[in-house]
Write a protein that binds this ligand. Structure first.
Ligand SMILES: O=P(O)(O)OC[C@H]1O[C@H](OP(=O)(O)OP(=O)(O)O)[C@H](O)[C@@H]1O
Ligand code: HPA
Length: 185
């Protein structure tokens, strides 16, 4: 599929910046401190959810100054569109997690189907405990499970379509240096 790069540029130019880089980095500092407090002595296995979790995980991991193992899984539900469908496990977790403390790191808790399925998968593998960390939690009442929250949350964000810091618009702007909301969405 060909991409209209003029449209991609216009989307960025017209978007609202909800959280500039400095605010996002401060939130990551705080989340790293909270995770350190809870997990520093647990020898955790930290799973990044590709693709969206890449930027948050990269920034988070260098702030976690204790022994941990890092791996990744790839699950997608949006496939470069702005509304979610069935979860597609492109790369399931490869490392044995039985008996381990597992931390799942992703960019966004939106409706929560992605994180719920990953958490269920980890529990079925017999983990000791599974915790979740997201950069943003989108505030609305469409969560997959009632009162669903991640264990560690960077920023609460209004109910608009977001991009930046790992989150994409049609596969673009994961690299945007802040949390942006689409104009009119
Ligand atoms: O809470 P949910 O409504 O399930 O949505 C959150 C998920 O959606 C995005 O992934 P996406 O399927 O877009 O794949 P990507 O990571 O490759 O962008 C995001 O990275 C989360 O994993
Ligand atoms: O608002 C969003 N932006 C980008 N990716 C997403 N995946 C779920 N919600 C979003």
């Amino acid at each position: 599929m060909s991409v209209d790069l003029d449209h991609i540029q216009t989307v960025y130019a017209e978007a609202d910046c909800l959280f500039p880089e400095a605010q996002v980095e401060a939130a990551i500092d705080r989340v790293a401190a909270e995770i350190t407090e809870v997990l520093a002595s647990t020898n955790p296995l930290v799973y990044t959810v590709m693709n969206g979790g890449l930027v948050f995980a990269g920034k988070l991991l260098t702030r976690l100054n204790f022994p941990l193992e890092s791996s990744y899984l790839h699950a997608t539900r949006y496939r470069n569109t702005t509304s979610g469908g069935e979860l597609d496990w492109k790369v399931p977790p490869a490392q044995d997690m039985k008996g381990r403390t597992v931390l799942i790191v992703d960019d966004i808790l939106d409706e929560g189907h992605t994180l719920a399925a990953i958490v269920d998968f980890c529990k079925a593998q017999g983990v000791e405990q599974v915790l979740t960390a997201v950069l943003v939690d989108k505030l609305h009442d469409r969560k997959a499970r009632e009162n669903m929250k991640s264990d560690f949350t960077g920023l609460d964000v209004e109910d608009r379509y977001l991009f930046g810091y790992g989150m994409d618009y049609q596969g673009y702007w994961r690299n945007a240096p802040g949390i942006f909301a689409l104009k009119g969405a």
